[in-house]
Design a protein around this ligand. Structure first.
Ligand SMILES: [Zn+2]
Length: 303
């Protein structure tokens, strides 16, 4: 398995009180390095993404504005929850660059899986705006690269973050080559997704308090049959771990084993249709201990 990250991702900082903290990367890396799967992992540095890759999923004006307005000192606020410091542009470019790099390596080599341990996260970023801690939609940039550069015709994105993947839906709502499966707490931020009707956008709104049993049942009934009939050539995870019972931002009750379970279920489908190819991209997860343990369970299943 490939593990792709970059020190720049830890320099993006939205303030000491902000839950989307640089410590999140370390919480995962430290556990992984002392785990039994460490010897099966190849650590790589993420390159900076080019504008051309970002233009595929974001409005040119938006991308150009982020680049040209990026602060050289102080803080620039992009939305009520999202800001940039002088390191944020490079961090955001590394975050998307990691996924593009993962797509190139997974498609060109016999490596089956990659984890992009990056921040800022991406799944709330829409075509034309930053939102909810996200600047560029990293998973979408990678999926578009798989279609446009590598000629794939079906890519599935499984988003198990506790928040709806509104940005990914916004970007791919008219593109049936991408299937998005997003499970999320509803009603809850960002208050989208519950009314979507589309064959290739499989939204799964679930109430506050949803535990592992209810989550697994809902995934079994909704995501797995949809993925099976879509026959994806590549599967990507928007891997947010904020549905964990200890997460301070949301009210789901998932545990480490639930992440292991969904990873294994999706892996079976990838094995059948996608030559086992899976690229996982970090999204949310704000309790550092729960984040580390959940990501480790996900990666143990992925390896
Ligand atoms: Zn989230």
């Amino acid at each position: 398995m490939l593990f792709i990250s970059h020190p720049d991702c830890e320099l993006h900082d939205m303030g000491t009180e902000h839950p989307e903290s640089p410590l999140r990367i370390d919480a995962i890396k430290k556990l992984l390095e002392t785990s039994t799967i460490n010897e099966k992992i190849k650590y790589l540095e993420a390159p900076l993404v080019d504008k051309a890759h970002l233009y595929r999923v974001h409005e040119n004006e938006y991308v150009d504005a982020v680049f040209s307005n990026a602060p050289t000192e102080g803080i620039l606020r992009l939305d009520p929850d999202t800001s940039m410091n002088p390191h944020s542009l490079n961090a955001a470019r590394r975050a998307s660059g990691a996924v593009v790099h993962a797509v190139d390596l997974i498609i060109a080599t016999s490596t089956e899986s990659a984890f992009c341990c990056v921040r800022p996260p991406g799944h709330h970023a829409e075509r034309g705006r930053a939102m909810g801690f996200c600047i560029f939609n990293n998973v979408a940039v990678g999926a578009a690269h798989a279609l446009n550069t590598h000629g794939l015709s079906r890519v599935a994105i499984v988003d198990f973050d506790v928040h709806h993947g509104n940005g990914t839906e916004d970007i791919f709502q008219d593109n049936p080559a991408i299937m998005l499966c997003s499970s999320f707490q509803h009603p809850f931020y960002p208050n989208s997704g519950a009314t979507t009707k589309s064959d290739h956008i499989i939204n799964l709104p679930l109430p506050a308090g949803t535990d592992g049993h209810a989550f697994r049942n809902a995934v079994e009934m909704n995501f797995l049959p949809a993925l099976e009939s879509f026959q994806p050539e590549l599967i990507m995870f928007s891997a947010g771990f904020d549905a964990h019972k200890d997460d301070p931002l949301a009210s789901f009750m998932l545990e480490e084993d639930d992440y292991r379970w969904i990873t294994n279920e999706v892996k079976k489908i990838a094995g059948k249709h996608a030559d086992g190819r899976i690229i996982s991209v970090l999204e949310g997860g704000y309790d550092l201990t729960a984040l580390g343990n959940s990501a480790l369970a996900h990666l143990e299943a992925l390896v």
